[in-house]
Write a protein that binds this ligand. Structure first.
Ligand SMILES: N[C@@H](CCC(=O)N[C@@H](CS)C(=O)NCC(=O)O)C(=O)O
Length: 324
């Protein structure tokens, strides 16, 4: 695992020495938007018109951020319009690789490259920073549109509606303020919170992450006792952004990242909500426990030096959810 520095790959783990053992996530560097007419989005350059077959998505089935984009690709009927390449679940000294010796790892379907970093370098030969998934690639201009999942799901939510005819809306105008409020807490303490707990290299940094994480799960359990979804009676992006962390929680984060005060199955409302989302059409096919078990337990040998992949909990995601 490493990063690019002025176009050169350096094999180095996250630097937590300079931050008292705390994991600090980098901000994403490519922030353009695909839009219905190609006009610029909220950030970056314009010129990325939503068109069938024009864009290619690089993802890992292990990664919760990339998983969001795969869910939106399914929900918004984009499967026939945006092709996907899936990296190998092991992320080792070369970062994400396009090896195909794992079921579901497709290789690079566009260029036949060996490493994801080569895709970044194609877009920007002097790129610096972490080489992360997801990446939305524009085949027409040969550029990376975006490597920020939060933006990509909003593009998928509406930009391609004219292409697909699917106008389902997971970011409705009247709920946006509430969605942002929920997202902010969920991102900091849950989505990123599990990483902050798991990658901490001091007791203080771990404590500082794990306590707010479980406070937030209690808060969410309360919200879901009142309402069917996080922001009321409509399913929104706030739910999907939380879901990809929750589906990895018991098998991975509870053990590997030491988030073990409770399991998701111990929260009746949260567990029912999670099963409902899992059982929505097409969603289960986006969930790949073999990839996430292999990725986390095998790649992070500083956390799990013998790389033993645990058996994982026996949980029935297809049981009736009772949320109707
Ligand atoms: N803010 C980014 C974060 C993406 C991210 O951190 N992806 C992880 C995989 S779960 C990654 O590719 N990490 C590689 C690295 O940090 O070197 C997003 O949401 O799109």
């Amino acid at each position: 695992m490493g990063q690019l520095v002025d176009g050169v790959w350096k094999d180095e783990w996250y630097d937590t020495d300079s931050t008292g053992g705390e994991f600090k996530r980098d901000t994403s560097k490519f922030r353009n938007w695909a839009t219905a007419d190609g006009s610029p989005g909220p950030t970056g350059e314009g010129g990325f018109k939503a068109e069938s077959g024009r864009y290619h998505l690089y993802i890992s089935h292990a990664c919760p951020w990339a998983h969001r984009t795969m869910i939106f690709r399914t929900l918004k009927d984009l499967r026939g319009h945006i092709e996907v390449s899936v990296v190998h679940p092991e992320m080792l000294k070369d970062g994400w690789e396009f090896r195909t010796d794992f079921p579901g790892a497709t290789g690079d379907r566009q260029f036949g490259l060996d490493y994801l970093r080569q895709v970044y370098l194609k877009a920007k030969p002097d790129a610096s920073g972490r080489v992360t998934v997801p990446v939305l690639w524009d085949r027409e201009s040969g550029q990376i549109v975006s490597n920020e999942s939060a933006d990509i799901i909003r593009m998928f939510n509406s930009a391609f509606d004219g292409v697909t005819g699917n106008t389902d809306d997971y970011w409705p105008v009247d709920l946006r303020d509430r969605i942002e409020e929920v997202n902010a807490r969920v991102y900091d303490t849950v989505n990123n919170g599990v990483y902050k707990a798991g990658f901490a290299t001091s007791q203080e940094a771990y404590d500082k992450a794990v306590v707010p994480l479980f406070d937030s799960l209690d808060w969410i359990e309360g919200l879901l006792a009142q309402d069917r979804y996080l922001t009321g009676d409509r399913l929104t992006e706030a739910d999907w952004r939380l879901f990809t962390t929750i589906v990895r929680f018991d098998p991975v984060y509870h053990t590997h990242f030491k988030c073990n005060r409770r399991r998701i199955v111990d929260y009746p409302n949260l567990w029912g909500w999670a099963r409902e989302l899992y059982q929505r059409p097409g969603v289960a096919e986006t969930v790949h426990p073999d990839h996430f078990m292999r990725h986390y337990y095998f790649s992070h040998d500083m956390i799990n030096p013998h790389r033993i992949i645990p058996i994982g909990p026996d949980e029935d995601w297809s049981a009736p959810h009772g949320r109707g």
